[in-house]
Design a protein around this ligand. Structure first.
Ligand SMILES: *Cc1c(COP(=O)(O)O)cnc(C)c1O
Length: 442
């Protein structure tokens, strides 16, 4: 007879290792084996991602040391928010990290679109011309600019807009840019990430070359970069190559999964002052704006952001290589260099797209028990399916996937606060497809 509390008995009920854990959590042997082989093949690239994260971690850490961050920075303010050193020094930490004169980092900036709209509206005046040199901008900016007529758009304020398409390979078309710049061109916009388009995302170096080119034609043009999904993917940021404004969302990379809301703009003193006076009010600028209770999450999230971004990058590369091996077209390709954290997989059928999203949802820490269903969404001509089991609503640095139900049934996949959770989500997406007979393992 074994005694009641013997070790032998306990071990029988507890998975002995991760392989057993995966099995108890619903991942079959063949899916796990394939995942393991892919992971082994990627060890060199994962090591390179870790080195980038190391550099970026030191960059953020050093900015926090330089700004002498202490416990009093986390207490927050109410009302007008006068003398809120937590808010003011967080903006210094961002400016130090991005190597800019100033930054605006606020919970009152409600999302990435708002940050971009603010940067534009604050620095353009009636009669000015703005030029996108990276082709069509992100969907939500169409209404901001007034490409699609919209209440309050820049077009309503008599700001005109032009767009230079990328060349056939998806690179900047320098001659077309030269022709498109007019005497009244005040601001040039560059979008780093492809977002949901099929062009490649830009490296920071490429963006730097484009900024240099624009400056060589007209040194006074404001160069603004939509940096969404790009922060900490490389060791340099667009601001290191002379961008006057670098703009992004705190529920993507730089919030590190902890920032509950918010956006940032890092840039020249002049541009940031314009942004502050537009965000709050002329005459008040950066002096007001209560940080409420969010300062600690902003600091801690920014501190974690380099390694969180690394986890999301590993997930993207793992998914690309796994699905490429199974014969699907993936964008970017499995072996391509990364400039953002978004991965697209062309699944070629509605059933696979649904199964993929079911897998991501089932693998999430929140709402794992619900089943995502396609539904009509404003702005789309077909149903869209979304999977997200996130701590922060709509946070896309957390594991999430979505796609419109139309050819080629591409799923756009991003995020993962930790590499093991991203890996589990991707394995589960494949597991769901295997169970439904929608893919054959090789
Ligand atoms: C997400 C994103 C935006 C808009 O950000 P929201 O927070 O969704 O408003 C803008 N541009 C790009 C490239 C993005 O990825």
């Amino acid at each position: 007879m074994e005694p009641e509390n013997s070790n032998v008995r306990q071990r029988a009920n507890v998975p002995a290792d991760s392989t057993e854990m995966y099995r108890t959590m619903g991942i079959s042997g063949p899916v796990l084996d394939l995942g393991g082989r892919i992971e082994t093949e990627l060890s060199g690239r994962f090591a390179a991602i870790d080195r980038t994260a190391e550099y970026n971690q030191l960059k953020v850490l050093n900015a926090m040391r330089k700004c002498k961050i202490s416990a009093e920075h986390f207490s927050g303010s109410t009302g007008y928010g006068y003398n809120d050193i937590g808010r003011d020094d967080l903006e210094r930490v961002y400016a130090e990290t991005f190597h800019t004169q100033a930054a605006l980092v606020r919970p009152q900036i409600t999302c990435g679109t708002h940050a971009l709209a603010l940067a534009l509206a604050a620095n353009l005046r009636p009669g000015d011309h703005m030029l996108s040199i990276s082709g069509k901008p992100y969907d939500t900016l169409e209404e901001v600019i007034g490409i699609r007529p919209s209440r309050g758009s820049l077009a309503e304020y008599n700001v005109s807009y032009g767009q230079v398409e990328l060349d056939a390979e998806g690179h900047f078309d320098y001659e077309a840019i030269r022709r498109a710049i007019r005497p009244e061109t005040k601001l040039v916009e560059i979008q780093r990430s492809k977002g949901y388009l099929s062009r490649p995302s830009f490296s920071v170096k490429e963006i730097g070359d484009a900024i240099h080119f624009v400056r060589s034609i007209r040194p006074d043009i404001i160069c603004m970069v939509d940096n969404c999904y790009g922060e900490f993917v490389e060791t340099m940021e667009p601001s290191d190559y002379g961008a006057d404004m670098t703009v992004g969302s705190l529920i993507k990379n730089p919030g590190g999964g902890l920032a509950p809301t918010g956006g940032y703009i890092a840039g020249t003193g002049e541009c940031i002052e314009n942004c502050a006076c537009r965000l709050t009010s002329p005459g008040l600028g950066r002096e007001v704006g209560a940080s409420l209770g969010v300062s600690r999450s902003f600091y801690q999230g920014f501190f974690l952001a380099p390694t969180v971004t690394a986890a999301a990058l590993k997930g993207a590369i793992f998914a690309a290589n796994l699905y490429e091996k199974l014969g699907f077209r993936v964008v970017p390709a499995g072996n391509e260099k990364r400039h953002d954290i978004i991965q697209a997989v062309e699944l070629r059928s509605a059933e696979r797209l649904k199964a993929f999203c079911e897998g991501i949802q089932a693998a999430s820490p929140v709402d794992s028990y619900v089943t995502p269903e396609p539904w009509p969404m404003p702005g789309y001509d077909c149903d869209v399916i979304m999977a997200a089991g996130a701590f922060i609503q709509g946070s896309s640095i957390e594991l999430s996937a979505d796609g419109p139900l139309r050819e080629p049934y591409s799923v756009y996949f991003q995020g993962g606060l930790t590499w093991p959770s991203a890996k589990f989500g991707i394995l589960m997406s494949l597991q769901k497809m295997v169970e439904k007979g929608l893919v054959e393992l090789k």
